[in-house]
Design a protein around this ligand. Structure first.
Ligand code: NDP
Ligand code: OXD
Length: 311
């Protein structure tokens, strides 16, 4: 039995070794590198699999997505009808919590301003609101956002969330289209942790920024969800005009962000290269091994993607 591995633009060698470690005795074939018998593949571990790669595997039982967001795998129009398991793992969740907290603090505590003044050897202090006077809105209130919310609340921020459906949560939660307006009206710092779906594509646009609260340090946009959520021209213009006071972007419509993209030079913008929460091969391979063990003893695999919702 062979596990088929494909890792998009990431190097596959660390993944091959980690999977072999977590699943001793199983063969791992790297797509495009190793020869394999399609009939021998029961599991595929994939990140942005090439279209059509999976449909030709007659004995495929489960697809494991090597990240939390499944837009890459779902963009294959010929996916076989087997469960797609997305990544839900403490290692990934904690990394995202760090990144989100760092970015909220960067904008709240004026990191870009003070770094610019430091370069000019300028000793000048700005007024700064207390965390309890800053309102952070988590757009998409799933696994990653709920963890980030706990950290932000512990620092003292006012935190609330927005999700597709109403559900119990440990912060005030707004839901669905009806909840979006009131959610934005209460938000100084918007943290997007939404999946990319037909409903969420392009949602981070000028109209949305104009609906945010304009008091204190906001409006500030922080996006670690997906680049497809954002209208990059609107973000550039909003940063230039002051409609957005600041932004942090980890994800882009085109990745890597091309060297000549105008966003590189946008004011008050922090850019990171899709590294807010990286999938660590060892942690992910242990998660995959746990799910395979469940499947092989007859228990259902967990965190299965709902294809009709798109996440
Ligand atoms: P979850 O599936 O746990 O949470 C998704 C949240 O988004 C849910 O609260 C869901 O609502 C909400 N949502 C989905 N569609 C809509 C909609 N149309 N309107 C309102 N809310 C909506 O995902 P995770 O928290 O695990 O991950 C979130 C995303 O983060 C991933 O999909 C991925 O794109 C991105 N990501 C980015 C990384 C990076 O390094 N930059 C790393 C990991 C993930 P409901 O609760 O009602 O279902
Ligand atoms: C993910 C990612 O979805 O790394 O896990 O973007």
């Amino acid at each position: 039995m062979t596990i088929l591995l494909t890792t998009g633009y990431h190097d596959a060698s660390a993944w091959r070794a980690a999977l072999a470690d977590a699943l001793p005795g199983r063969e791992v074939a790297v797509y495009g590198v190793d020869r394999y018998d399609p009939a021998a593949i029961r599991y595929a571990c994939t990140w942005h699999p090439p279209k059509g790669m999976l449909k030709v595997l007659p004995n495929l039982e489960v697809i494991f997505n090597l990240g939390a967001g499944v837009d890459g795998v779902l963009s294959d129009p010929e996916l076989p009808d087997v469960p797609i398991v997305r990544l839900v793992d403490d290692d990934l969740t904690e990394r995202m919590g760090e990144w989100v907290t760092l970015q909220v603090l960067n904008h709240h505590r004026g990191t870009l301003t003070y770094l610019a003044r430091q370069k000019r050897r300028e000793w000048k202090e700005d007024d700064q609101p207390a965390a309890r006077d800053v309102s952070v809105g988590l757009m998409g209130y799933g696994t990653l956002a709920a963890h980030a919310a706990r950290i932000l609340k512990a620092i003292g921020y006012r935190v609330h969330g927005w999700s597709r459906s109403d559900k119990p949560a440990d912060v005030p939660l707004f839901a669905g289209e009806a909840g979006l307006g009131p959610f934005l009206a209460a938000t100084d710092v918007l943290v997007a942790l939404l999946p990319l779906t037909a409903d969420t594509r392009g949602i981070l646009n000028a109209r949305l920024f104009a609906s945010m609260r304009r008091e204190g340090i906001g409006p500030v946009l922080i996006n670690a969800g997906r680049g497809g959520l954002q209208n990059e021209r609107d973000i550039l213009e909003a940063l230039r005009s002051g409609a957005l006071r600041g932004a942090s972007l980890d994800v882009f419509n085109t990745e890597p962000l091309p060297p000549d993209a105008s966003l590189w030079a946008a004011p008050n913008l922090i850019i990171t290269p899709h590294c807010a929460a990286v999938s660590e091969p060892g942690a992910v391979s242990r998660y995959v091994a746990g799910q395979i063990a469940r499947h092989e003893r007859g228990d259902p695999v967990e965190n299965v993607v709902d294809r009709s919702r798109g996440y």
